[in-house]
Design a binder for this molecule. Structure first.
Ligand code: CP
Length: 301
């Protein structure tokens, strides 16, 4: 495991080998066959958007790596006095901190910061762009249940347009050799998706019996900005993962959701809490994946 991670901005920018290295490192950590010791490292978290899972998971991962997590409260930071983001991150870096974890509503902000500071920057979700640690934990969870993903068929279902998770899943899964299909309302599937070498599903109920996993995405009501959505009832009828749809899946097929869930819209509670879902496995695995990312960024420095 000699390869080093300079930053973790997106799965688009990582080669297949590095993705496998991160997944293997996370597996060793989970099996207690690898110990990560980042004593005296200081990891700063900048969350410009709400989060429960990612923020806490990075905080727990940091502590389990014996490093110190520092969470900046954006509301009470000097940004409120007019300081620029650039000045802010340069000042944080000047305090000899060791890594920055950044979530922002604008795609490209973590990449921009990574060009301005000399410490590793980890993207915790930027706009509609990417959420690499989520993509990796989804892939890790799929591999745990399905084995090697090469040739496996994965469906990403829902609001593809506004989902950074969808983009990270697509880039990562393709690099693991999986076949990827997307499904959702026509106006929530961006035209750029055609460049991603994925199949766009035309008949969900015919596709479901062919897939090995379904990653169900949240409708991002906060990001619709003028896009006309079907009513909640129509959405559930056409694209919701209901018990009836679940029954169309192969016996071994699994259901994922990155959270938070809109219960009764994209995912019925009977499915969200049922035996095929691996949602809490995803959450647990997120800690191992984030420990692996921190280790590959900061070990041997
Ligand atoms: N999956 C995810 O990013 O959840 P949070 O928004 O709670 O971090």
């Amino acid at each position: 495991m000699k390869k080093h991670l300079n930053h973790c901005i997106g799965l688009r920018f990582l080669d297949s080998e590095m993705i496998q290295i991160i997944l293997k490192k996370a597996a060793l950590i989970k099996q207690k066959k690898a110990i990560v010791d980042l004593s005296e490292k200081i990891i700063v978290q900048l969350f410009f958007e709400p989060s429960t899972r990612t923020r806490l998971s990075f905080e727990i991962a940091t502590q389990k790596c014996k490093a110190s997590p520092m969470v900046i409260d954006i509301e009470t930071s000097s940004l409120s006095k007019g300081e620029s983001l650039l000045d802010m991150v340069k000042n944080i870096s000047a305090m000899n901190t060791d890594a920055l974890i950044v979530r922002h509503s604008h795609g490209g902000v973590p990449h921009f910061i990574s060009q301005q500071v000399s410490i590793p920057v980890i993207n915790a979700g930027d706009g509609y762009h990417e959420h690499p640690s989520q993509g990796l934990l989804d892939i890790f969870t799929m591999q745990e249940r399905l084995g090697d993903l090469s040739g496996k068929h994965i469906l990403i279902l829902g609001d593809i347009m506004h989902s950074r998770v969808a983009k990270s899943n697509i880039w990562g899964l393709k690099k693991c050799g999986a076949k990827v299909s997307v499904a959702g309302p026509e106006n929530l599937i961006p035209s750029v998706i055609k460049e991603f070498d994925v199949d766009i599903c035309e008949n969900l109920d015919e596709l479901l019996p062919t897939v090995d996993a379904v990653n169900v995405l949240r409708i991002q009501f906060e990001r619709q900005h003028g896009i006309s959505l079907p009513s909640v009832e129509d959405y559930r009828k056409s694209f919701g993962m209901t018990s009836d749809r679940q029954s169309l899946l192969k016996d071994h097929a699994i259901i994922l959701h990155p959270g938070p869930i809109n219960r009764g819209i994209e995912l019925d509670s009977s499915v969200a809490d049922g035996s095929r879902n691996v949602i809490l496995d995803q959450v647990e695995n997120g800690v191992y994946i984030r420990m692996a990312i921190l280790a590959l960024c900061l070990e041997n420095q």
